[in-house]
Design a protein around this ligand. Structure first.
Ligand code: BTN
Length: 325
């Protein structure tokens, strides 16, 4: 009954009276009232006005399989879904499931993570209800050397998903941070299990700060959330589903050439590093230069006094974007 009443309220723009609901479903007014109370306890905000009835004002941001299915419009990405209330790390979960034989396209999500991982051994702030923590499992038939480009493919998908669902223009900080107003809103962590010439599986983990209002001290100056940027609360399920649809699109283009020739121009048009002074934190020696954009292999081309450097991995700080001043 609760589910039916919820559907009715969701499809109704205006107030609907308790009498009308009870007649429609053949239940008592008390049963209607009880169902409304239950929905409120689950986080739905329902306006009740004398002589008018009930109207749904706000829905809770639930990250459930049901919600995700509602928005998923993909052929394969996320068609097999596993959703946790809590897990150590969705990347770890996806790897465990891959070892047990999970298929290409499995999407693992969790409301929170107890050991959320960032790049370079850092941790990722993963509190319940605040973010999207998800990992896509891929089993592509490509050379292991081409796998790191998939991180850039996911960055494009996240950027496009945010633009579509949230309506804001974000930039990509090479290789895989999504930034807005100079602060980081999303990070991507790709891990791979491979032999020298064969990929067993790849997991691409995406962490998006959705409704965070405060951040841990270590990242407070450099991180932001979609809520802080817009003042609007969005559905995590809707955004996660849209990113999967975008990923499918970009991934198909990547697979055609197994490099970024078909995506390079779009990536570069959103690249915050482009034309800006960058510091390359090469473990052998740090150096600075002006970033030109990526090439078809996903390397960042940096113009230095000595020529053009091809940066394939490592940290790059952009002047004016968290860190490099
Ligand atoms: C970064 O350092 O920028 C990468 C952060 C990646 C975080 C995501 S959250 C979902 C997935 N599970 C993890 O443990 N990490 C990634």
């Amino acid at each position: 009954m609760k589910k039916k009443i919820l559907e009715l309220l969701q499809n109704c723009q205006d107030f609907i009276s308790g009498q009308e609901i009870s007649e429609k479903f053949g239940v008592s007014r008390t049963a209607v009232w009880k169902a409304i109370r239950q929905l409120e306890a689950e986080g739905y905000v329902i306006e009740a006005v004398r002589n008018k009835g009930y109207r749904l004002k706000e829905e809770p941001d639930l990250l459930t399989e049901e919600q995700l299915q509602k928005y998923l419009e993909t052929d394969w990405a996320g068609q097999h879904l596993v959703v946790f209330d809590e897990t150590d790390s969705t990347n770890n979960q996806a790897k465990r499931l891959a070892e047990e034989g999970a298929e290409h396209g499995l999407l693992v999500l969790s409301d929170c993570q107890t050991s959320g991982k960032g790049r370079r051994g850092r941790s990722w702030d993963s509190k319940a209800g605040e973010g999207i923590f998800m990992t896509l499992l891929l089993k592509p038939d490509i050379q292991p050397g081409n796998a790191s480009m998939l991180t850039l493919v996911m960055a494009l998908a996240v950027r496009a998903g945010i633009e579509d669902v949230v309506g804001i223009d974000t930039q990509i900080k090479w290789p895989n941070d999504i930034v807005c107003d100079g602060k980081k809103v999303c990070g991507i962590l790709t891990e791979m299990s491979a032999q020298i010439d064969y990929i067993n599986y790849i997991v691409i983990g995406v962490g998006i700060n959705v409704s965070n209002e405060i951040f841990p001290e270590e990242v407070a100056a450099t991180a932001t959330s979609l809520y802080l940027l817009t003042g609007v609360r969005i559905s995590r399920a809707k955004l996660a589903a849209k990113i999967m649809a975008e990923f499918e699109k970009y991934y198909a283009l990547y697979l055609k050439t197994q490099d970024l020739s078909g995506l390079m121009n779009e990536y570069n048009s959103h690249l915050i590093n482009r034309g800006r002074s960058v510091r390359v934190l090469d473990p052998r020696q740090e150096y600075t230069g002006v970033a030109q954009g990526i090439n078809q292999s996903g390397e960042l081309l940096v113009q230095t006094e000595d020529g053009t450097a091809h940066v394939s991995s490592g940290e790059v700080s952009v002047r004016g974007v968290y860190g490099y001043v």
